[in-house]
Design a binder for this molecule. Structure first.
Ligand SMILES: Cc1cc2nc3c(=O)[nH]c(=O)nc-3n(C[C@H](O)[C@H](O)[C@H](O)COP(=O)(O)OP(=O)(O)OC[C@H]3O[C@@H](n4cnc5c(N)ncnc54)[C@H](O)[C@@H]3O)c2cc1C
Length: 307
């Protein structure tokens, strides 16, 4: 492994490996640095992914790594601690102190799901505590579902899970009362609103602080989604509030270009709602854009050399 690359991809999930695949196939010297914790790691399978439906999340990235390596891309396990501008490129420092240079960066570090502080949620996360009807809805179809209200998206979430089960309870928890329109929507779909603060999720159901217990086989909860981007501060980039109110992201345009020239971002770090297929598509697009940016730079240098 050399210590200078044309591109360093920071994060090797669906977005990062897709970007690296495009770059490696474009004969770019590309290094992926990956901490090995894709967001969906707790889940048994990846769903809604054509051609790989139900594959284990860790198997998916293991296959992706092999595909990238098959074209000469390099992958190293580890965590990036910081990134700074260094001459006409960038220097990336890994936890442990190793410093590596590159001309371009692709940031694909994903996000962290912050769960409400209710005992029992973390333990069931990705199995019987879920967030996404498209990821796990089929797996919990026809079960007794409890939606734990956490914010403005919770009614929307309850209506989506109602498509999959006709037994859905909506736990208001600490949220303010619903608007008349929201209450009407839930009532119209046969979703019962349960007032009162939730104490814990345990023994196959939801315990309220009042002592009431509601048996539930699955809990749906919207998380606060926070981009993993703290290590970018040396570049003047940082996660900011997402306009949806759902969390924090690193802004980028439709091609993945961030406000820092030479730095692209793709997948959940910039698009909080991207599923695996969307994250992979964004990574591939960003990889192609980075290749084109390098081609343009090389062409300009070659043309200047002729003059
Ligand atoms: C429980 C659960 C189940 C899900 N199920 C599905 C599903 O069935 N189908 C679906 O389409 N989507 C599913 N999703 C969504 C899916 O996880 C995301 O769409 C996908 O992981 C986004 O890919 P990504 O490449 O942007 O980020 P990630 O897959 O999260 O990859 C980011 C990578 O970057 C690494 N990283 C982070 N910080 C650093 C750093 N500083 N240095 C180096 N590496 C770093 C991480 O360790 C990780 O390996 C699920 C999500 C959850 C929470």
């Amino acid at each position: 492994m050399t210590d200078a690359y044309e591109v360093i991809v920071i994060g090797g999930g669906a977005a990062g490996l897709s970007g690296a695949l495009m770059l490696a196939r474009s004969r770019r010297r590309v290094l992926v640095i990956d901490a090995g914790q894709p967001r969906n790691a707790p889940a048994d399978g990846v769903h809604g992914l054509l051609g790989r439906e139900g594959m284990s999340p860790l198997d998916l990235v293991a296959h992706g790594r092999e595909e990238v390596r098959g074209y000469g891309g390099e992958i190293v396990d580890g965590e990036v601690a910081s990134a700074v501008r260094d001459g006409d490129g960038f220097a990336v420092e890994m936890a442990g102190g190793r410093r590596i240079r590159a001309g371009r960066l692709l940031v694909t570090t994903g996000l962290v799901d912050e769960l409400p502080e209710v005992p029992g949620l973390r333990e069931g996360w990705g199995h019987d505590v879920v967030h996404c009807p498209y990821c796990h809805g089929w797996e919990i179809r026809d079960r007794a579902v409890g939606v734990l209200a956490t914010g403005p998206m919770s009614v929307h979430q309850a209506l989506l899970f109602r498509q999959l089960s006709d037994d859905v309870l909506f736990f208001l928890h600490r949220q303010p009362d619903l608007s008349d329109e929201q209450a009407e929507q839930l009532a119209a779909r046969g979703i019962t609103v349960v007032p009162g603060e939730v104490d814990r999720v345990a023994e196959g159901g939801v315990h309220l602080r009042s002592g009431q217990f509601f048996p539930r086989q699955a809990i749906a909860v919207a998380t606060r989604m926070v981009a993993r981007g703290g290590f970018l501060s040396g570049l003047g980039l940082k996660p900011i509030n997402h306009p949806s109110g759902m969390g924090e992201h690193v802004p980028a345009d439709a091609t993945g270009r961030t406000e820092v020239p030479g730095v692209w971002a793709a997948g959940n770090v910039t698009d909080l709602s991207a599923q695996v297929s969307a994250a992979a598509a964004q990574g591939a697009l960003a990889g192609a854009q980075i290749n084109f940016d390098l081609v343009a730079e090389e062409t300009a240098a070659a043309a200047a050399g002729r003059g």
